[in-house]
Design a protein around this ligand. Sequence first.
Ligand SMILES: C[S@@+](CC[C@H](N)C(=O)[O-])C[C@H]1O[C@@H](n2cnc3c(N)ncnc32)[C@H](O)[C@@H]1O
Length: 223
Amino acid sequence: MAVRRVVIAAIMGQFGHPRGAAGRVAGWVMAHRRSNRQRNSWVVSLLEVQPTKKVLEIGFGPGLDVAELSRRAGEQGHVSGILSDLMLRQATRRNAAGIAAGRVTLARASVDRLPPALGGPFDASFAVNSLGLWPAPAGRLGELRRRLRAGGRIAIASQSRCPGATASTSRAAARKIEALLQGAGYTKTRIQTLDLDPPVVCVLAVNPGPDRGRSPPASGPTS
Ligand SMILES: C[S@@+](CC[C@H](N)C(=O)[O-])C[C@H]1O[C@@H](n2cnc3c(N)ncnc32)[C@H](O)[C@@H]1O
């Protein structure tokens, strides 16, 4: 039992921080697993990105949603908190045409060290199955809000990959994400659900504009 737990933890770890040969396999699985493809394509559709919009993705993995976005939007900025270069290489290969055309920018950075050259303000930002890996996500969401234009949208999606996860796991994740977004100053939060097993939840919210004296969001533990 203990061995099984260690093996499962090691496999799950590769999806959060892919590296080496096992990380390459994790990247391949993320890019080809049917539910992953459905999840990413669904989240991108919820953002309703129009041509010429600038979109920032945190934790782009093998770059599926970057490819989907570059079909929809004219100009984009993307950053990932990749802790190895592996996902950046896979996402770069998958988006070679968009990069060559200047429509896609991929960078190796952690969400708590967004490169100043990244630019902005963005019309939308999003993350899929990534927020749980961020250091102090409440503070990170506040920083991302300041990178969004007033009225810009954020989407944070989650689908638990833990064994035994159920619809109730997904609902709990959605409530937690919603509370984090509200604490970071976002408004108009709404929860969308994609009926997979377990369900994918995506919490959408809007940046109401400048802080106007708000106290900074507290840094909470990683979910
Ligand atoms: C489970 S994968 C999800 C990948 C992709 N979004 C998807 O749904 O297929 C988690 C991603 O979060 C990224 N990540 C891990 N730690 C991060 C951090 N501190 N900042 C930003 N991204 C991070 C990883 O590099 C990985 O690409």
